[in-house]
Write a protein that binds this ligand. Structure first.
Ligand SMILES: C[S@@+](CC[C@H](N)C(=O)[O-])C[C@H]1O[C@@H](n2cnc3c(N)ncnc32)[C@H](O)[C@@H]1O
Length: 197
């Protein structure tokens, strides 16, 4: 069986990234949520090959991207070179990441199926977002698809995300919306902002 990094490298290797199920041309929901947070220093975790970072850079954000896939990071670094920082790492392990104003995750948390992996995810989040900082977390919602990219998902609603993050965090906003994938499939999302106490 492929390990997680190999699985994702295969997904990105030689791919037309506009044909990946999670590809989106515009990032209206993500940008609405991110721009309502204070601060410009952002880490986009599970960034993949997203063009969200292009929009962030052109809006003067200081961008760090993290992904388990070296292939995804290669695609991004080909596009952006030294204009942003790159971290290869697995959120299921505890990592040293630095300090940021905003954590952004679109579609990676829901791949963490084991409780121990989710605990590491929260530990990583808390290691790099201090009091007053934000977590913008976007996942497949419980009423939608339960698989993506050939992998099972642990999907969420607002209460499940609130319970996962625990007492250090307050839910300040949440949007339900549907991503239409490149093949016309509907993928309901829950997109949230949490602020750290
Ligand atoms: C569905 S894609 C979403 C990509 C991007 N956020 C977007 O919205 O286009 C999930 C991404 O998470 C990355 N990923 C999966 N598991 C991960 C993990 N445990 N740690 C870090 N990144 C991971 C994958 O390599 C992939 O790029």
């Amino acid at each position: 069986m492929l390990n997680n990094a190999q699985h994702w490298n295969d997904a990105y290797n030689d791919a037309d990234t506009t044909q990946l199920g999670w590809y989106q041309k515009e990032h209206a929901v993500s940008m609405d949520l991110i721009s309502s947070c204070d601060g410009k220093k952002i880490i986009d975790v599970g960034a993949g090959a997203t063009t969200l970072v292009d929009t962030l850079l052109s809006n003067d954000y200081d961008v760090t991207v993290l992904d388990v896939s070296s292939e995804a990071l290669r695609i991004l670094s080909k596009r952006h070179g030294t204009n942003m920082q790159y971290i290869q790492g697995d959120l299921a392990n505890e990592l040293k990441l630095g300090v940021f104003d905003i954590w952004h995750d679109r579609a990676v948390l829901h791949f963490l199926l084991k409780e121990s992996e989710r605990k590491s995810y929260v530990a990583n989040l808390e290691s790099c977002i201090e009091s007053g900082g934000y977590a913008v977390i976007e996942t497949f919602s419980t009423d939608g698809e339960q698989m993506c990219c050939g992998l099972d998902l642990h999907t969420y609603d607002e209460q499940m995300l609130t319970d996962l993050l625990g007492d250090n965090w307050v839910l300040v906003d949440s949007i339900r919306h549907t991503h239409i994938n490149p093949f016309g499939g509907e993928r309901p999302y829950v997109s949230t902002i949490f602020k750290r106490n």
